[in-house]
Design a protein around this ligand. Structure first.
Ligand code: NDP
Length: 340
């Protein structure tokens, strides 16, 4: 089978390409320019012509994916902006929404017989940011970020704009599918991950160039020892990028995943935990590197405020997830190899 992966030069998508190729699939990988495909061609050269690079310069253009969808058996739609450098919310919302609906439109037009389209949504489309501790599930939708972004416009913070873009994109995809499902043989599935950590295989020259989630991990654990006690006590949930990539492949393969939105998370964390684990492991994997110490006493009083129910993912996809220790060890070892 051949699978289309969009945004293939990104952090999570590159791992999805890796797991697909390792499992014997052929992959058509879209990137925004030819140059953005060269690292992938080099990194995956042992797979020969099983990997094909396709350039889609503007995912918001009408019919952008019309050619890319031809002849594939499944799609992993992953391209979407996730960074902090945003002014007008439309800079996030247009590529997120039009990119996602564009893939579905092209599949409707040029490939009604493919089996499934898996779309990388996010826990950003699930969470309502609030001071109280709460466990969220697939039933929850982040309406609040859409409202705030409408109200504040450019003044909304980057994460609020990002969360709005992911919620609007997922909603638009569900609406499109409900309107057109009788015309096609494919179905859709959504993967909703929280913060994603673990070793990078995309092209990345320096820590500053890391993708947003792993850059945050790098800064907390290695790069920035000035973070306050409150910031280190703050919590979120996470998943290892390799487990998330496996989940994307299984979501294509498992019949029962069709028509579902699925939260993929190992569990919650407070930032200080990553520092404590890194400090305990670092001497063996990163002997010369410094790790931020933070406030180790926080361990005694840690409180997980942002939790997600992960039972559906485990039930439908049958995966077990890597531990914080394993992810930390592999990530530090990878950074050490790069001399970071
Ligand atoms: P990366 O930034 O590493 O990858 C993003 C990919 O999307 C790149 O290929 C990028 O292309 C492409 N992209 C970004 N903006 C645009 C745009 N305006 N037009 C076309 N393509 C664009 O991020 P991740 O790997 O983290 O993200 C992959 C997916 O996972 C996204 O959908 C993201 O929302 C989602 N996600 C990520 C989480 C995380 O913690 N990392 C958590 C939950 C969901 P280019 O390199 O050319 O900019």
């Amino acid at each position: 089978d051949k699978i289309l992966v969009t945004g293939a030069n990104g952090y999570i998508p590159a791992w999805v390409v890796n797991q697909l190729l390792e499992k014997g699939y052929a992959v058509r990988a879209t990137v925004r320019s030819k140059e953005k495909g060269t690292h992938l061609e080099e990194y995956f050269k042992k797979f020969g012509d099983k990997l094909e690079i396709a350039v889609v310069p503007d995912i918001t253009a009408d019919g952008a994916f019309d050619e890319a969808v031809k002849g594939v058996d499944g799609i992993e739609h992953m391209a979407s902006p996730f960074h902090n450098n945003v002014d007008d919310p439309e800079e996030f919302i247009r590529p997120a929404v039009d990119g996602t609906v564009g893939v579905l439109k092209s599949a409707l037009k040029n490939n009604p017989n493919l089996k499934r389209i898996v779309i990388t949504s996010s826990c950003a489309a699930v969470i309502t940011v609030q001071p109280e501790a709460r466990t969220f599930s697939e039933e929850d939708w982040n309406e609040a970020s859409i409202k705030q972004t409408e109200e504040l416009g450019r003044k909304a913070d980057a994460m609020t704009k990002y969360r709005a873009s992911k919620t609007l994109a997922e909603r638009a995809a569900w609406d499109f599918w409900k309107a057109h499902k009788s015309e096609v043989n494919w179905d859709i599935a959504f993967i909703n991950p929280p913060m994603v950590f673990g070793p990078p295989i995309q092209e990345v020259e320096s820590p500053e160039k890391l993708n947003t989630s792993l850059k945050a991990w790098y800064d907390f654990v290695i790069g920035d020892d000035s973070k306050s006690r409150d910031v280190l006590a703050s919590s979120n949930s996470w998943i290892d990028v390799r487990d998330l990539a496996d989940a994307h492949v299984l979501a294509l393969e498992k019949e029962a995943a069709g028509g579902e939105r699925i939260i993929i998370t190992q569990g919650p964390y407070v930032w200080q935990e990553w520092l404590d684990i890194a400090n305990s492991i670092a001497p063996s994997v990163r002997p010369n590197g410094k790790i931020v110490k933070g406030y180790p006493e926080l361990e005694e009083e840690k409180e997980y405020k942002i939790k997600y129910d992960n039972l559906k993912g485990k039930r439908l996809l049958g995966i077990t997830y890597r531990s914080k220790e394993e992810t930390t060890r592999d990530t530090l070892a990878d950074f050490a190899k790069r001399g970071w």
